[in-house]
Design a protein around this ligand. Structure first.
Ligand code: AMP
Length: 374
């Protein structure tokens, strides 16, 4: 049978047939890791991104339990609750559940903002098997008694890091307070900042922890530091850091071309050998700047993101983010300029008051807390 690998995880026949129909023959890593402990009734902490197959990882054990012990929920109550941060994600989860339950009569109800409240309340009336929803509308119906959570045996919190980003922590706490203590819970998050760890430890009991390796860009060993600094103090800080002779070959990133020129001029005035690379320079000028830096004639290269794409210089000891990049992905590209060819590297970021939110986004995306400089 093509779904034998799923069978070896302990899934029952009706679900194996559904998987066959969907053409899923091999479990993804999060599915192999999460399904057995969930089937055994254990709580779970899953660190995995969208696209990893995490929806089926929590849905299959949930559906298996509903098949094994069909529930008779009370009016307005549900046996399972799945919380998602956005409408779109909740609808995707609902669709995925329907794909896995085709032909069976599981009552699945989405409870989302922006849709008819009246229709949702009506569908909750007889009691249902699974509610998939977003925190705001769930809290709303919970408050009026039109949704009851005291029968929930199975609770999933999906994309916990995004939930916290979107400011849902109070709603989540209210919802969790309405759940019975005797339940199984699973929490999924793409990253594990401290707030998510705290939330997980308050929700889960002795969870199995399954972590799916992150994208390879963030794996080389790079020490990452952050200095909190006034905007006007960045140049002086850069000057002080560059006084350290250990900074042998340094790339300084700025967000704008003008910023790059200003930083270069300031360094030049201090007597630092510096080259500049940005989009307003001609191709021969850029080549010359890069050659000087490669040959070690200039110790510092000041560059903007676009100009630095694809440059490959061995032996860059430090990357300094004079400004944080607007996109967290650019942060990963920037710091990847150091630690080339397996060497270790150091990345230092300057963060002024206007950049705090950007810093948080970077830390969440990379799953790394930057070390705070004294
Ligand atoms: P998710 O990370 O849950 O959003 O799933 C990502 C995509 O992978 C969805 O389109 C699923 O339908 C698909 N998928 C999940 N599990 C499997 C599997 N074992 N084999 C093939 N596709 C899968």
């Amino acid at each position: 049978m093509s779904s034998s690998e799923f069978a070896s995880l302990g899934l029952a026949e009706p679900l194996l047939r559904a998987l066959d129909r969907l053409g899923y023959s091999t479990p993804t890593p999060i599915q192999s890791g999460a399904i057995p402990p969930l089937l055994a009734g254990q709580d779970l902490l899953g660190i995995a991104q969208t696209g990893s197959g995490k929806t089926a990882a929590f849905s299959l054990p949930l559906l298996q339990q509903l098949i094994a012990t069909p529930s008779r929920p009370h009016p307005q109550a549900t046996t399972a609750l799945i919380l998602a941060p956005t409408r779109e994600l909740a609808l995707q989860i609902e669709e995925s559940l329907r794909g896995l339950t085709e032909g069976r009569r599981q009552r699945i109800v989405p409870i989302l903002g922006g849709c008819s409240r009246y229709a949702q309340v009506n569908r909750m009336r007889p009691g249902v098997d699974i509610v998939v929803g977003t925190p705001g509308r769930i809290c709303d119906l919970l408050g009026t008694g039109e949704l009851k959570l005291h029968d929930v045996r199975y609770f999933v919190l999906d994309e916990a890091d995004r939930m916290l980003d979107l400011g849902f922590i109070r709603d989540i706490r209210r919802i969790v307070a309405a759940l019975p203590a005797n339940r199984q819970s699973a929490l999924f998050s793409a990253t594990m900042p401290r707030e998510v760890e705290t939330l997980a430890s308050s929700l889960l009991r002795a969870p199995a922890r399954v972590e799916i390796a992150r994208a390879p860009e963030t794996t080389p060993r790079i020490d990452q530091h952050v200095h909190f600094v006034e905007t006007s103090g960045k140049r002086a800080l850069l000057g002080r850091l560059l006084a350290d002779p250990g900074m042998e070959r340094v790339i300084v990133f700025t967000r704008t071309k003008r910023g790059a020129d200003r930083v270069s001029e300031a360094l030049d005035e201090r007597g630092v050998e510096v080259s500049t690379l940005h989009g307003n320079k001609s191709q021969p000028q850029r080549q010359k700047a890069l050659d000087r830096f490669r040959r070690g004639q200039s110790r510092v290269l000041v560059a903007t993101d676009i100009a630095a794409r694809g440059i490959d210089v061995i032996g860059v000891s430090h990357v300094i983010n004079f400004d944080l990049p607007a996109q967290p992905e650019d942060y990963v590209h920037r710091i990847g300029r150091t630690a080339r060819a397996g060497a270790a590297g150091i990345a230092i970021s300057f963060c002024d008051n206007t950049e705090r939110a950007t810093l948080r986004a970077i830390e969440r995306m990379t799953g790394t807390a930057l070390q705070r400089a004294a």
